[in-house]
Structures are given as C-alpha cells and as structure tokens.
Design a protein around this ligand. Sequence first.
Ligand SMILES: *[C@@H]1O[C@H](CO)[C@@H](O)[C@H](O)[C@H]1NC(C)=O
Ligand SMILES: *[C@@H]1O[C@H](CO)[C@@H](O)[C@H](O)[C@H]1NC(C)=O
Ligand SMILES: [Zn+2]
Length: 593
Amino acid sequence: MAGGRPLLASRNSSEISNERDLAEEDALLTGRPTKRRSDGRRSWSFWREVGLFVWAVVATAFVIVLAVVYQKSQDSKHSSPAPSGKRNLIFMVSDGMGPTSLSLTRSFMQFQNGAPWSEQLVIDQHLIGQSRTRSSSSLITDSAAGATAFSCATKSYNGAISVTPDHEPCGTVLEAAKKAGYMTGLVVTTRITDATPACFAAHVHQRGEEDRIAEQMVGDYPLGRMVDLMFGGGRCHFLPNSAEHSCRGDNKDVVELAKKNGFNYIGNRKAFDDLKGGSGLEFPMLGLFAETDIPYEIDRRNETDVYPSLHEMAEVALNALSEATRDSDKGFFLMIEGSRIDHAGHHNDPAAQVHEVLAYDKAMTSVLNFLKNDPTEGIMVSTSDHETGGLATARQLHVSYPEYVWFPAALANATHSAERLAAEYMGYFNNHPDTSARTAFVTASIEQGLGIFDHSEDEVSNIANDPASALYRYADMISRRSQSGWSTHGHSAADVNIYASDAQAAAPLVGNHENTEVGRFLKEYLGVDVDAVTSELKKKDKELKMLGEVGDGWMGKIPEEGQRLDGQTHLASYSGDFKKRGVEHGDACGCGH
Ligand SMILES: *[C@@H]1O[C@H](CO)[C@@H](O)[C@H](O)[C@H]1NC(C)=O
Ligand SMILES: *[C@@H]1O[C@H](CO)[C@@H](O)[C@H](O)[C@H]1NC(C)=O
Ligand SMILES: [Zn+2]
C-alpha cells in the first residue's frame, strides 16, 4: 500500500515536463480518465489527492487478497492428505543428475534447436524442491544408500541395498505396494541388478553382489516374486557362467529360475517390438536388452534396431500396467531410472551426458502424457540420488583470468561417447601393433567421433600409446573444448532437484528435504505398510538362520570394518589425502557408481 506514494511523491515538479504527463500517469493508476481544466492548480491537486486515496484503497485490497490466497495455499500444503481412491505412482530417478546437468543440457538444447534463451526443458517446468543426499556413512552418498533412502525411507551406509546400518533388511515401497495389491515395475537403462533398481526388490549387504540380486529380483528370496515387470540391461548376471556372455560367478541359470517363477522372458529388440506397445505384454515380464548397460543415448540413437530407448520402455510399461490394473481397485507403482546420466558424470563426458538428460526429459514427457490421458488418478515424482562429477558449466583453461563462456557447439559436434570410442580403440589396439596405424586410427576417431579438428600431437599420441586411459582422455578433450568443468570422477554432495507432475499432490516435497522424506512420500502416497514388510523380512531371516542357512546368509557378506564407514562415529575425516595418491588412471572407471 505504501508502494504508490513514494513513486509520485518523490517526483520533483521541475522534472515534470508538463501536467498532462502526470495526469495521464495518475489516470493509468486510478483508472480515471484525465480531465484537463483551464482553472489550474487547485483543482488539479484536489483530483490528485482523490486519485492517491483511491490508489491506496485498491492497493490495500489487493494485498489483502494476496495474503488470503497465500494463506489458503499454505493450508492445503500442510493438510493435503494422500488420495483415497485407486491411484498410480510413477517414481523417476535421474541417477547422478545435479542442477548443473540441467543448465548444461538446456543450453545445449537451445543451441541445437536454434531456440531462444527462454526455451525450457520439459523437466524445468515441474520443479518443486530439493533433496539433501548424504548417507549414514558419508557426506557423499553412493547410489545404493541413495536408493535405500527412497525405497525404505531410511538412511543407510554406502553400498547398502535396502538394509539398515545394523545389517537388518528393511521393507521397500515396491514390496509393500505389491503386498497391498498394486502391480509393480522397474525400467532402467543400466543393469537391472545395479544399485537403484536393486534397492526396490532385493536386500544385500553389499551392492557388488549382483548375481545374488538377480536371483532375488526374480523372486528367489524370502518374499517370493514382488516385481511384475522389469526392463533394462544386465543379462550377463542372469546367464550361467557356462554360457558365452555370462558374468556370473556360478553356474546358476537365473533366466530359467525366472521362468520357473512365472516370468515371460524377452532378450532382444524384436521381442520388445512384439509387445506391441504394451498390448501384447504378458505378466510377469522380464526384458533384458543388453549384456550389461544399454549404450549411452548418443550411441544408441544409431542402434535403434538393437536397443529400445528409455521412453519406449517407459511407454510400454505404462500402457501394460494400466491395462493390467484396469479392473483392479489398486493401480501400480513404477520406477523409471535414467541410469546412465550418472555414468556420463563418472566418465566426465559432457556430450554423452546431455543426450542422457534429453532422453530422460523425453521419458518424463511420456509419463506426463500418460498421466494426462489415463483415467486413474496418478502422480509422477522425480529426483536424483546424488550429483556425479562435480560438473560446472565453466572451466578455466589458463592462468589468465577466464572469459565468462562455455561452448555447447563443441558438444553438438560429438557423435559418439568417449566410452564407445575408447572401446573401439581398445579392440583396434589389441589387433594392430603398428604405431602409425594406431595414430591414424585415433586421429580419425577424434575427428569423426568427437568432431574435434584442432587436436594436438600429444592428445593423439597419449591415447594411441595408452588405450587404458583413452576413455578419460577422449572425454577430457571434449570437456576442454566446450569449457565444461569437472571436479571428480566420483559423486558430489550437491543437493539435487525434486520434480512432480502436480505440486499440490506432492506438497510434502515442496521445498528443501532430506532424501528419506522422498521415500516417506512414496509410501504415504500409496498408503502402504512398509513396516509390516520389514517385520516379515526379519522374521523370515531369523527362521533361515535357525534352519542353519549355509554360507554368508541370504543377504550375502557383511562388509568388513573399513570397507564400510559407519555413521556419525566413523564419518571420514581429513588425513592428508591430497598428497597420498599418484595420478595413475589404471582401470578407466573403477567407480562404484
Ligand atoms: C546418428 O543418429 C543421429 C540422430 O538420429 C543422426 O543425426 C546422425 O547423423 C547419426 N550418426 C551416425 C554416425 O550415423
Ligand atoms: C565442429 O566441426 C566443424 C566441422 O564440421 C569444425 O569446423 C568446428 O571447428 C568444430 N567445432 C568445434 C567446437 O570443435
Ligand atoms: Zn554413480
């Protein structure tokens, strides 16, 4: 209400060229027509007083209305109850995607499309909050502890797959949803046995136990089969080690085990297409489309006849789950992960990353369209488990003070991921001992694969002579040209964004939250009893122990002290690490993801 007065009062009459300007300004503010009169100042000042008075009244009324509206929206925020009818929950995870990944991708999208700076990604339009990501054992979480916060709504240690810091299993929202009569699904682009999907349908003490996770996910664990649909990679953990492309440590045939538990198994693009967009899909469904990870989108888009995309898998899953629950009074819970945004961060490959984020954006568009058209009430909530790479859309290349620039064009020139180029060169290197042939191969890969033509002799020879370092070196070349910065090949402690299809329905997640609150929202939205699942798991765990379970127990080995830093007592502290390690590269990505 005070707003109007100083604006006019501060005007010095000498600045006013004529009365007409002021009169018209007042008229605009008060909505009154200007009325110029010949009898001068007295009449003018009278009308000015009236005008100011009316302006003050209108402004006051406006402020009161605003206050009431705001109060109302605050009330509904705190009292928004979980819906009571049939409903669907789609939980999307952008693994390793921090806020800077979005700045990077948005500017890249604008560059590529010739779009104006106001053009947003779809995901940008659904931001509702932020999540704090630390685990019980470290300020920097891994994906296992991160996903346990979502699945069990509890903090645990890095490496924990839905087990608590005291090594007890914790029931997950997916398991509780299944028991409550919902249908359940997991769609990912990494191995289906990797940490994020594993945390919804398996319990092991260490994330590396992917063979064991594969068995649990197809129902070979105390709860029996809990997942109705799985799409992703990681076939090698399902094949017996006698098979050609197996990566299992034993001779178990987990595809056979899955079939015994009722699963319909598919393993290639052709069979995926035969699902006819979902109408031909029979539950339960296990679809494994790659031996390990599905290739990065930047590579996959030229191999669409071999691998389905994230949004294609998401659409088939949504349609099939909707159809299968049509006559049920319960809907479904589906987790969709943009898994490899994280890997591009680990690789410090900005070109691979922008295509991963765009693929995630496309999958989110599919989900939003589904929610718009499906008759059942539903919500999409999306967040990341953590940031990866310590990405910066800035990089100082020289000692001189930097210019304020980064160059999306350098990312647009790349047609392949660093991962793909490095794998191709490794293959070439092993079969071609000739140095000049190797140099020529690497030069061609830099020019054709990265669109970089100003490569230095060192850049080429370092890759040509040392293929083990090629992945990081290719990625670094493109990072330098685009002036994107990275602070680590691992994760960072940055807060990550939370998105939702409907901010009202996701009101408890508006603002800044602990990652466990995301997990709490999931179970409360579905109205499912996760604690009952925890009790059942603990009871069955005890029974198995009494029966004299052989080996490490069904949840595998408990990590030894030192492999696992426990909570407040052992939070890592500084001990001169900055000078401990050399600059070896060794295995290209020894990362835990
Ligand atoms: C890969 O696919 C993209 C998009 O579909 C296309 O623009 C590009 O030319 C293809 N690249 C190669 C090397 O085939
Ligand atoms: C991108 O490729 C073009 C040739 O196709 C080249 O002229 C240009 O320098 C490249 N841009 C960057 C940033 O490397
Ligand atoms: Zn990671």
